[in-house]
Each structure stands twice: as structure tokens, then as C-alpha cells.
Design a protein around this ligand. Structure first.
Ligand code: G6P
Length: 371
């Protein structure tokens, strides 16, 4: 009803705006004042968590992309090999699972059949399963060994938004906790990363406060047939998620690519005036920022209209950005929490302008309870 939407035209838009609070709520009560992690709900003995030698994240849709983001952080912090797999593929390929395998499953609804079947299979093979879920008492958390609830509040829009951000945040909590238990990060390092994570809600709010130009941009693309998204490292799953939003609600052909792969194929798609979103990594010690900046140049030289998401003081991208959206300065691993937001809003606005039902897109269900 209109009252439930609290003045917003769509639940999806309302949920996009709820993200600062949703992420804050996911973090709430899960770390101590000294920055150490406190995941009381994880009823798996620490000794057992120390024996884990592989993590497999299984999920569908947006949750799968959240898992792709999480892989970068979890491997970096814990040094445990982490695979991410589409839940519907998992059990059909005879995956290697032992009692030392930790399966992490992400599901907003907790009722996705493909995901449920994947964790049942994992547990039959002796793996421990931790669910990251937004719905209290749903089937997936009930059938898991432990659950971390995301506390995002109900998500009504079929296209997941706050589900994604809170899943990333919850995965980061879990990754940091594993690093703490296993001693792969020292206390002060964990406190520093936890500090960065805890600082993101106001930065997400800032992105929302500055979102207006993204809405205006969407108005340009009512007739657009195809949109591309590029990113690297954690910006790659962000690109995939941006493309998924456009497919789901704006019925546009959209694809996300790892920017480094451009030259191996996707660049052939670049034609005059095709919009290409580029998630630019923070300027830093590694070379990813400069490589992605070159990619922007390359696609622009071939006629693309470049929509660049880059951090505040990044001046190098300016000459190659046909449209520039500023992101708050954060570390690479935190960037998905701010960079995804304009992509969500672009899709929401475009679908809305096209007159589509943003909250209930054709052919899709919020929770798919059949395999
Ligand atoms: C459906 C929804 C997607 C969602 C996916 C996984 O396909 O339309 O928006 O990402 O399921 O849902 P889950 O509830 O398991 O996160």
C-alpha cells in the first residue's frame, strides 16, 4: 500500500534509501569497543573453525554477486581458499566437500530452493553450513549449522538492493571473525578494518544525498537497447550486479565484465554512444586504478559514452569521463558498499521512467521456491 511505501513511489526506491540504516543494523552489536568481532550467534566451536581448509559460498542472483565480493575479502583476510558458486550448479557437479569445508550460504529470503538443495547436499557430505539470511526462522537458516541474520528489515521489491549491501557487510563480519579466530590478522588490523566497515553507513548516505544526477542520466536512456558495466577486483561483481538490476527491472540487455577482460572479447561490443559504466578502483598502491583508467580511455576512443564512478580526489579519470559520479574515499574492499548504490538507482529510475512495475518485474519472483 501507499502507506507502507512511506511516500516513495516504489518499495525498491524506499529500500535503496534504507541502506545506510540497514548496513548499520547488520553491524550492530557484532563488534566490541576495541574493534574485535563478537559473533555470539555462530554456535560453531572456535576449534572447529580453525580446522576449516576451504570455504564455498553458494547463492543465487544478487546474493551470488554479494558472495563474489565476499570472496576477495575472505581470502585476503583469512588465507582460506574460497570458492563462490551458483547454488543451482553446486550439487550437480560432485563438489569436493569434507568435514573441513565451510559452506557459507547467502539468501535474503532464506527460501530459495536452489540454495536450500545446495546446503542439504553440503551437509550430507559433512560440511558445516553458515547461513547469512534476512528472514528470521526461514528454511535455509533452520537447516544450517549457524546463521548470521542481516537485519535489513523486510525487502519487498523483487530486485534486491539492501539485501545485497547487508549480505556483503555480514560476509565481511564473518571473514573478519574467521581471521580473528585463526589469527591471520592481528587485533589492531581487525579493529582498523572493522572501523572502515562501521564508517560506511554515513558514506552510503552521502551517495544517496548526491544521487540526483544519476536519475537525470537515466532519463537519457529510455530508448537504450544495451548497457555495459566494467569493474575490477570487487568492482567486477559490482558491475555484474549493476547489469543484473537493469535486466531484472528495466528489461535491458546489460552485461558486466572484468575490465581486464575487455581486450579478450567484450571490446568488440563497443559502438558509438553505447553507455558503459566503469567502477574505478581507489587510487592506491596496486596498479588497478591506472589499468581501469586506461580501459575508460580505450572504450571512449571507440565511441562509448563513459559513466565513471570514481573516488573524490581522482583527477586522472576526469578527461575520459563523459559523466562522472563521485564516490566517497574508502578502501578497495569497502567500495562495493558505496559504488553499488548509484547503479541500483539508475536501474530503478530507468524502469520507472519506462513505466514498468519496478517492484514486480515480469517473469520474476521475489523468492523462487522451486528448483
Ligand atoms: C530471486 C530474486 C532475486 C534474488 C534471488 C536470490 O531470483 O528475484 O532478486 O537475488 O532470488 O534470492 P535470495 O532470497 O535467496 O537471496
Amino acid at each position: 500500500s501507499a502507506a507502507e511505501k512511506q511516500g516513495y513511489d516504489w518499495f525498491m526506491r524506499k529500500e535503496i534509501y534504507e541502506q545506510p540504516q540497514a548496513v548499520a543494523d547488520t553491524l550492530l552489536g557484532r563488534y566490541n569497543e576495541d574493534g574485535s568481532l563478537k559473533l555470539d550467534e555462530l554456535h560453531i566451536p572456535e576449534a572447529e573453525l580453525r580446522t576449516i581448509d576451504k570455504i564455498i559460498i553458494v547463492a543465487c542472483g544478487t546474493a551470488y554477486y554479494a558472495g563474489m565480493v565476499a570472496k576477495y575479502a575472505i581470502e585476503h583476510w583469512t588465507r582460506i581458499a574460497c570458492e563462490v558458486e551458483i547454488a543451482s550448479e553446486f550439487r550437480y557437479r560432485d563438489p569436493i566437500i569434507t568435514p573441513r569445508t565451510l559452506v557459507v550460504t547467502l539468501s535474503q529470503s532464506g527460501e530459495t530452493a536452489d540454495t536450500l538443495m545446495a546446503i542439504r547436499h553440503a551437509r550430507e557430505q559433512g560440511a558445516k553450513v553458515i547461513a547469512i539470511c534476512n528472514t528470521n526462522g526461514a528454511t535455509i537458516p533452520r537447516e544450517s549449522d549457524a546463521v548470521i541474520y542481516t537485519h535489513a528489515g523486510p525487502e519487498i521489491g523483487v530486485a534486491s538492493t539492501k539485501g545485497f549491501l547487508t549480505q556483503v557487510a555480514a560476509c565481511y563480519l564473518l571473514g573478519l571473525y574467521l581471521a580473528q579466530v585463526r589469527g591471520t590478522k592481528f587485533g589492531d588490523e581487525i579493529a582498523a578494518i572493522m572501523g572502515e566497515l562501521a564508517a560506511t553507513p554515513p558514506l552510503i548516505q552521502r551517495v544517496l544525498d548526491e544521487i540526483e544526477p544519476i536519475k537525470q542520466l537515466a532519463a537519457k536512456y529510455a530508448e537504450q537497447k544495451s548497457v555495459l558495466f566494467l569493474g575490477r577486483h570487487v568492482g567486477y561483481p559490482v558491475a555484474l550486479e549493476g547489469a543484473l538490476k537493469l535486466k531484472e527491472i528495466a528489461y535491458l540487455h546489460a552485461e558486466g565484465f572484468p575490465a581486464g577482460e575487455l581486450k579478450h572479447g567484450p571490446i568488440a561490443l563497443v559502438e558509438n554512444q553505447i553507455p558503459i559504466f566503469v567502477v574505478v578502483p581507489p587510487q592506491g598502491r596496486d596498479q588497478l586504478h591506472d589499468k581501469v583508467t586506461s580501459n575508460i580511455q580505450e572504450v571512449r576512443a571507440r565511441g562509448a559514452f563513459t559513466i565513471v564512478l570514481a573516488e573524490d580526489d581522482d583527477e586522472e579519470v576526469i578527461p575520459y569521463a563523459d559523466f562522472l559520479f563521485r564516490l566517497p574515499k574508502v578502501s578497495t574492499l569497502m567500495q562495493p558498499l558505496v559504488a553499488t548504490v548509484p547503479l541500483q538507482m539508475f536501474a530503478c529510475e530507468l524502469a520507472s521512467l519506462k513505466g514498468y512495475d519496478v517492484d514486480q518485474p515480469r517473469n520474476l519472483a521475489k523468492s523462487v521456491t522451486v528448483e
